[in-house]
Each structure stands twice: as structure tokens, then as C-alpha cells.
Design a protein around this ligand. Structure first.
Ligand SMILES: Cc1cc2nc3c(=O)[nH]c(=O)nc-3n(C[C@H](O)[C@H](O)[C@H](O)COP(=O)(O)O)c2cc1C
Length: 160
């Protein structure tokens, strides 16, 4: 069933986000595609983080995180925050364009960003579902980067 599950999930398209966090538990960031809206009243969203990841533990202790929905063209950033460049560049935030002069979790320039306070953390299998109350929003203009079947993609409108 696990193999079938993973194969079927490759058929599901997701926006690519970078979840960042900062505070007493440290600054961390990781690429995350398990993101969705939960409720508009009050504004609430969720992300699922692997319990073995550093970002998981940091979000847990900091009680705050930001979901940065990457615009198209930033697949290199997704690659970086998934850890593929960690050996050559251990600081994932190095040379990343961030919105300046803001307190709290880092906000990536040009991303659509949702700053959250953790409302609930629910363990399920290998992951924890972090449900966040949205306290600040930065709206980007570019269309989002999409991940489907192991590849990055851009959205193309249907011609009528
Ligand atoms: C496209 C893509 C989507 C990912 N989505 C998730 C996700 O939803 N949840 C998760 O825990 N890890 C996800 N990952 C894996 C993390 O980005 C990766 O494990 C990360 O390096 C964790 O870093 P850390 O241990 O330093 O916190 C994804 C990776 C990629 C490339």
C-alpha cells in the first residue's frame, strides 16, 4: 500500500513552499509541499513536517512559522531549502533575498507569505500537522511554482 500511495501522490500537483521559522528554537527553513488552507474564519492553514527534520523541532519550540509560496522561476530556492546544497552551503539562507527589517520568521522576497502562530500540532505517522493561525500576509504577484510527478512546472492557462 505504501508504494501505491507514493505513486498515486506523484499524480497530485502542489504549490512549492518554503516554511521558515525563527526564535529561541533557532532559525530554520525547509521546502514543503504539504500545505493547504483550513479556514478563512479565522484565517487558518496547515503544513505537515517530518518529525525527523530540524525545521519540525524549531517550529515546535518557536510556536511561529511562515509559509512562503514560491513564485515560478525559484526552483533553485526549492532545491536549496530541500537540503540538496547543504554540503557546499550549510546556511540555506545565505544569499537568499528576504524582505528586510521584519521581526519573526524570514519572508522570501516575491513569495506569497503567510506568517502564522502555531495553534495545534497533531502527530500523524512520520509527520506532525502544524495548524497555524495566520497573523500577517504578504501577497506576491507572480504565478506559483508547481511540483508534480517529481518535476517543477509552471501553470499554463487552458485556451478556450
Ligand atoms: C518538492 C519538495 C516538497 C517537500 N515537501 C515536504 C513536506 O511537505 N514536508 C516535509 O517534512 N518535507 C518535505 N520535503 C523535504 C524537506 O524539504 C527536506 O527533508 C528538508 O531538507 C528538511 O530539512 P531539515 O531537516 O534541515 O529541517 C520536500 C522536499 C521537496 C523537494
Amino acid at each position: 500500500m505504501r508504494v501505491e500511495f507514493l505513486a498515486a501522490m506523484r499524480r497530485v500537483a502542489n504549490s512549492v513552499t518554503v516554511v521558515t521559522t525563527d526564535g529561541p528554537g533557532g532559525r530554520q527553513g525547509a521546502t514543503v509541499s504539504s500545505f493547504c488552507s483550513v479556514s478563512a474564519d479565522p484565517p487558518t492553514l496547515l503544513v505537515c513536517l517530518n518529525c525527523d527534520s530540524r525545521v519540525h523541532d524549531a517550529v515546535h519550540s518557536n510556536g511561529t512559522f511562515c509559509v512562503n509560496v514560491l513564485p515560478r522561476g525559484l526552483e533553485e530556492l526549492s532545491h536549496r531549502f530541500a537540503g540538496f546544497l547543504d554540503e557546499e552551503e550549510p546556511d540555506r539562507f545565505s544569499n537568499v533575498a528576504l524582505k528586510p527589517d521584519l521581526e519573526g520568521p524570514s519572508i522570501i522576497a516575491n513569495a506569497t507569505a503567510f506568517v502564522c502562530k502555531t495553534e495545534q500540532a497533531v502527530r500523524s505517522g512520520s509527520h506532525t500537522v502544524f495548524i497555524g493561525h495566520v497573523v500577517d500576509i504578504h501577497r506576491g504577484v507572480d504565478e506559483p511554482l508547481i511540483y508534480l510527478d517529481g518535476k517543477y512546472r509552471e501553470i499554463a492557462p487552458l485556451e478556450k
